[in-house]
Design a protein. Structure first.
Length: 319
């Protein structure tokens, strides 16, 4: 019969009853790591993982698990996943901690997250892929709860089932879409979809079909993060020119809007005054506004007709 999570948990817990010399040495080193530089949120996760493997997990993880920080993981604090080898078999395990979510939090959050994912890794090693499914489909079944409770009680940790940090997670959801349908008036989302990656709402979302049936609105992107310097440098000349043109179009619209508002205000103000007679020798079109609105180039400050600004930018300031 295959080993279950509960059986694997009990096997690990039994090693804590009478500590071996190796476990006692690891425990002393763990305490040394955890009590050094307490004012710093950073901790050596690789060294700590090696020591936890000896102390809690029967020295079964070090040769099978790759531990690393991830800059791309922004929806949860950590993840533990099985990885296929060259033969297509699940023999390698990756444990990743979220650098964006944990780097400014207390080190205890990093330690608890590391232990949480190490428990998953332990079950992957002892029960293989069966753990990833589990009774509830999340891997947080009876075996996980049993071992997590033992680790918490023995080492005064706070390993929990869920370890997402909502404020931090939301701060990285900078790609935002808004629906123009009825759902924009309904809580809790009010038509908004926020994501950390640039993936528009669509058929790949499990809720998409229901949204189409009940709302039927169209999503339009309303916010996105500024490109980094490296991302701008990797743009092609055409992409860079198009990006510049979009910025200039927005700038021109804003300037034109202000110009129109100013003219309207002047017309309203002058409408109450007594009209003045035009001299006989003054041409009929003397009081008509010029055909072109002259604006300043945002790059070189040269006076340019509004309708020629994009051409001027392409010729004089093309990347």
């Amino acid at each position: 019969m295959p080993t279950t999570d509960e059986e694997a948990a009990i096997a690990a817990i039994e090693t804590l009853i009478d500590l071996s010399d190796e476990q006692q040495k690891a425990q002393a080193e763990i305490n040394s790591v955890l009590h050094s530089e307490l004012d710093s949120p950073f901790v050596d996760i690789h060294e700590l993982f090696r020591l936890y493997d000896i102390f809690y997990f029967r020295s079964m993880l070090q040769n099978r698990v790759e531990v690393s920080w991830s800059k791309r993981l922004t929806l949860c604090a950590g993840i533990c996943e099985l990885v296929r080898d060259e033969q297509g078999k699940y023999k390698k395990i990756r444990l990743k901690l979220s650098e964006p979510l944990l780097k400014f939090r207390p080190r205890s959050d990093t330690v608890n997250t590391l232990l949480h994912e190490a428990i998953h890794a332990y079950f992957f090693v002892t029960t293989s892929w069966r753990h990833s499914r589990g009774d509830d489909g999340t891997g947080h079944g009876a075996g996980f709860l049993l071992l997590a409770d033992a680790v918490n009680s023995h080492g005064d940790y706070e390993v929990t089932v869920y370890h997402t940090f909502h404020d931090e997670v939301d701060s990285y959801r900078t790609h935002v879409w808004l629906c123009d349908g009825p759902c924009r008036k309904e809580p809790p989302f009010f038509g908004l979809v926020k994501r950390s990656m640039n993936r528009a709402p669509g058929k790949s979302d499990t809720w998409w079909q229901k949204h189409q049936q009940e709302c039927g609105g169209t999503y339009t992107k309303i916010a996105e993060p500024e490109l980094t310097k490296d991302q701008v440098a990797r743009l092609s000349p055409r992409e860079r020119a198009g990006r510049q043109k979009n910025k200039i179009d927005s700038w021109v619209k804003e300037k034109t809007s202000r110009h129109v508002v100013k003219n309207v205000a002047e017309v309203q103000e002058n409408a109450t005054e007594e009209p003045q007679k035009r001299p006989l020798d003054e041409p009929d079109n003397a009081h008509l506004p010029p055909k072109d609105i002259i604006i300043s180039c945002p790059i070189c400050d040269a006076p340019i007709p509004e309708r020629s600004i994009n051409q001027h930018l392409d010729v004089e300031h093309s990347p």
